[in-house]
Structures are given as structure tokens and as C-alpha cells.
Design a binder for this molecule. Structure first.
Ligand SMILES: [Zn+2]
Length: 511
């Protein structure tokens, strides 16, 4: 599958790379080429691109193909049919290919050809038979957001029990409802979350929930990228189960990976935590957990062990190979030293911390100390929306308030946290920026909407004024899963809403 996205403004998120106008080529799951439209790039390039553009113009048919293809993505049968159609329909391109000795036939790899050819030394680019050409119309292509902390299966609790204190919320509302969930329920509820992620330009999630297998199935079936982690605690899962999950999901499917984790210090016995430390040593792997979310949690840990959670967990050797903490609101100097020492990530969840009155995380302090920060929405029960635009605004806005300094955490820094740094936290370094060889996880942002005009500064527009309404396409692993309000995830949104509605109705009758 070869997709050409042209006439785009491109924000690659590579260090110090400004926005430019150009195009991105995708082959299967990877980006194979990112190029700036500029004559100085060499006549050969220019010619290569004009040839491509002639194709594009000659092929509004190409667009129709493309639509046919996307619709076909809904099911696997349709998908191959769509592909056959795309190939068969591009008569113009077949001709172009036939006329070019250097043409690229369907069996040849575009990536291989681009790297093998002296692309920079002035050869004409091969003609390419595209499966889809997308005119981005001057809108912005950028890496997708990485939602670095989620509980996707919790969509059934959205707006069910708000405006109550955290412990009461957990013990009286969340736990009794969760006790009624089946694996199949979690599958359907996670698919609902995926729809929401896609509308917000989220291309990967770091998910902790009961029954990770079901969340993985929901993500594989919809095409979403998911890094699973364990919510191990006294009541659910076990060290042994986590070991099995780690082995299974790090080798099962290109969309899914797995990182070690546990729910929190306060829901695990010392023995369980020692088991996690042993796993970390065994796999030489990082570990992630809810950490320093509330003052109460930190005080409780001091009473139990005479140490803060970060220092206590470090004393068990849990963070020997790094990892990170979700929330990280109430951190001491010593806690930050632990993070710094092990290269750990602070995953901030500002909307959830605000709504549950947990506090404001000292993000600017983390940045000053060189502690990497990623951003997550947390679950839909505590947030309640799964929207990275709102999170980004809050990360920056709350930091300015906390520091009493309007220059604290600029928009570019926050955008980096929500993309590149999130990828680092999740072990998705191959999906961090737009560059040849990286995974094709990207989004198209509509700049032709009132809230994105004028375009003085794109990162600032995105963080301070951007909204999920600006997301016009979300691509994961080279597949368009969402475009112009339509989903291509294997089932209609109405079908997924109906299923989730039934689940909620049943559970409310049972509790
Ligand atoms: Zn959480």
C-alpha cells in the first residue's frame, strides 16, 4: 500500500526543524520519504515531483480510488477489493509506469528503491503507482499524539460519578461497577475509547486496565496502536500473569507492545512489589505506576514504610531499568533525584488532577531538572474526555499559574511532550517524528478553520487555540482510521455506541 500525502505543511517534530511545505510518502506501515517542495532541492527532485503531480491531477480518479479504498478498510474482504480496484483503476499510471524504464512495479519496494537510488545525486525518481494520493490542501501533517496514560475500558463510567472526592469516588462508585465487567465488555468499551482517541489525533495509547488481552483485541481490530501495562494490585492480576502478558504481547502483533507496571504502591503489598522488581531485573525492563498522585497517598506510604512512594519503590530496585510515574503531582527533591538517576518519565495528567482536586504537578521543575515529561488523559471516568488538545493547554496553563510566570512551559515544549516524549515513555521511538524509516503514525490538522487563523506560529495555535475539531485525518501504522469525520475501524460508530449502551444498562441493573 503506497500513499502519497502532498501539498502539506509539515511539522516533523525533529529537533529545530521548522514547518515547511512538502510531501510525505508512506509504504505499508512506514514513512519512506519526507521532502520539502523547493527548487533548490535539485531539478531531479522537482521533475520527480511534477511527474507525480501530473498523476495527481490526472487522477481525481485517484481520489475516488482512495475513498473506495478507505471505505474498503472497514472489513478485510472489502479491503482487498478496494485495493484491486485501486490497482485496476489507475490506467493513467499504468501507462506512466510502462513508459518509464525506471518505473516501480507493484512488487518492488519503494523504500528499498529510494534508499538504493542516488536520490540526492540527481537521478529522476521512479514513477510510482500510488494506491492513494491525498491533497492536503496546505493543511498540517504532524506526528500523532501519544496518550501516555489511559484506562480505555473505563468509558462506561464517563459522567456516572463526578464531583465526589477521589477515595469516595474509587471505593463507592468505580470499584463496585468494575466488579461487574466481563472481558467482552472491556473489549467493546475500549473500542469506544479508540473512536474518541482518533478524533483527537491520538495514534498510540499507554493503557492500564483489567484484562489487557481484551484491550489489545479492541486495538488490533480497530487498527489502533497500544502499549499495554499491568494494573497489578491485591485484587487483580499477579506477578506470574504479568510475566506471561509481557512475553505474549511483546511478540504478538506490530500494533501491540507491553511494559511492566502495577497499579500503585498503596494497592500492592510489599511482596507483590518485590515480585515486580524481580520481573524488572529478569527482563531488564522499565516499570510504570501511578505515583504521588495525592498527598494522602504520599502520607500513607510514609506511614507504612517511612519513605515517599518513589524512594520506597526505588529501594526495592523496581526502577533499576527506568520507567515512569503517572500523575507525579506531589514529588519531593528526593523523588525527583530518583527520576533523574534512572531516566524516568513523569507522565502528567492535568485534567484528571484538576477535576479530582489532586493538585498541580511541578512540570516546569521537572523540565529544569532534565526529567522527561509525557502527557496522558488518564481514564474517561476521571477526566472525562480523551482529548490531547485540552491536556496540552492545561499542561502549559497550569504551569504558568503554579510558577506565576507566563513564560513557563512554552507551546513547543508542551507539543514535544505530547508527541516525541510520549513516544519515548512508551518505547515507541520508531513513531516519534515524521522521517523516513519511522512508523506512519500521523495526523492532518485543518488550518483552514477560524481558530487556526492567522498562522503566526503553528505550535502555539495547536496548544493554545487548537481543538480536536481541527483533526481531519488520523493515520496509524500506515492506515487511515479516521478522515473528515468518518471512521474506518471495522464497525460503524453507531454499532459500537449501541453495544456500550447495552453494557451500561446491564451493569446498572446488577449493582
Ligand atoms: Zn490512572
Amino acid at each position: 500500500m503506497r500513499i502519497r500525502l502532498y501539498n502539506a505543511r509539515i511539522l516533523t517534530m525533529e529537533k529545530d526543524s521548522p514547518v515547511f511545505t512538502g510531501e510525505v510518502w508512506v509504504e505499508d506501515e512506514k514513512i519512506v520519504h519526507v521532502a520539502e517542495d523547493r527548487p533548490s532541492a535539485g531539478q531531479a527532485n522537482a521533475e520527480g515531483f511534477s511527474a507525480g503531480q501530473t498523476n495527481a491531477e490526472g487522477s481525481s480518479a485517484g481520489q475516488i480510488n482512495a475513498e473506495g479504498f478507505s471505505a474498503g478498510q472497514a472489513n478485510k474482504e472489502g479491503f482487498s477489493a478496494g485495493q484491486a480496484k485501486a490497482e485496476g483503476a489507475s490506467a493513467g499510471r499504468t501507462k506512466a509506469e510502462g513508459s518509464s524504464a525506471g518505473g516501480l512495479s507493484a512488487g518492488q519496494s519503494l523504500a528499498g528503491r529510494l534508499s538504493a537510488d542516488a536520490f540526492c545525486s540527481g537521478q529522476v525518481l521512479p514513477e510510482v503507482r500510488w494506491d492513494m494520493e491525498l491533497d492536503c490542501k496546505g493543511n498540517l501533517l504532524m506526528p500523532g499524539f501519544k496518550n501516555a496514560h489511559t484506562h480505555s475500558g473505563m468509558t462506561f463510567l464517563r459522567s456516572y460519578a463526578d464531583d465526589v472526592p477521589l477515595q469516595k469516588w474509587l471505593n463507592e462508585k468505580v470499584f463496585p461497577m468494575e466488579a461487574k465487567l466481563s472481558g467482552e465488555d472491556i473489549y467493546h468499551l475500549a473500542r469506544l475509547a479508540v473512536l474518541e482517541y482518533l478524533t483527537s489525533g491520538i495514534t498510540a495509547i499507554f493503557d492500564m486496565y483489567l484484562k489487557p488481552d481484551e484491550t489489545a483485541a479492541a486495538c488490533m481490530d480497530t487498527g489502533m496502536r497500544c502499549v499495554l501495562t499491568s494494573g497489578l494490585n491485591h485484587f487483580t492480576s499477579s506477578v506470574r500473569q504479568q510475566e506471561e502478558e509481557y512475553r505474549k504481547w511483546n511478540n504478538a502483533n506490530p500494533l501491540i507492545s507491553y511494559r511492566l507496571g502495577f497499579h500503585s504502591e498503596y494497592t500492592c503489598s510489599r511482596q507483590l512489589l518485590e515480585g515486580v522488581a524481580e520481573l524488572a531485573r529478569q527482563f531488564k525492563a522499565p516499570v510504570y505506576t501511578h505515583l504521588a498522585e495525592t498527598k494522602k497517598e504520599v502520607e500513607g506510604c510514609r506511614e507504612r514504610y517511612g519513605m515517599t512512594p518513589a524512594v520506597f519503590l526505588d529501594s526495592l530496585g523496581i526502577f533499576e531499568y527506568g520507567g515512569g510515574g503517572y500523575h507525579c503531582v506531589h514529588m519531593t527533591e528526593e523523588d525527583m533525584d530518583v527520576f533523574k538517576k534512572h531516566g524516568m518519565y513523569a507522565v502528567t495528567n492535568p485534567a484528571s488532577n484538576m477535576k479530582l482536586a489532586s493538585g498541580t504537578a511541578p512540570i516546569a521543575e521537572y523540565v529544569r531538572r532534565g526529567i522527561p515529561v509525557a502527557v496522558g488523559t488518564d481514564g474517561p471516568a476521571s477526566n472525562n474526555c480523551l482529548d490531547m488538545f485540552r491536556e496540552m493547554f492545561l499542561v502549559s496553563g497550569l504551569s504558568k499559574l503554579r510558577e506565576e510566570d507566563a513564560s513557563s512551559l512554552d507551546a513547543e515544549e508542551v507539543l514535544r511532550m505530547a508527541t516525541v516524549s510520549g513516544a519515548g515513555a512508551m518505547g515507541l521511538e520508531n513513531a516519534d517524528v515524521l522521517a523516513a524509516g519511522r512508523l506512519a503514525d500521523m495526523i492532518l490538522i485543518d488550518l483552514h478553520q477560524p481558530n487556526m487563523q492567522p498562522v503566526h506560529n503553528i505550535p502555539k495555535n495547536l496548544v493554545y487555540s487548537g481543538s480536536k475539531a481541527n483533526v481531519c485525518m488520523t493515520m496509524v501504522n500506515g492506515r487511515i482510521l479516521y478522515r473528515n469525520g468518518e471512521f474506518f475501524v471495522g464497525e460503524s460508530p453507531e454499532g459500537i455506541y449501541a453495544k456500550c449502551g447495552e453494557i451500561v444498562k446491564r451493569i446498572l441493573q446488577e449493582v
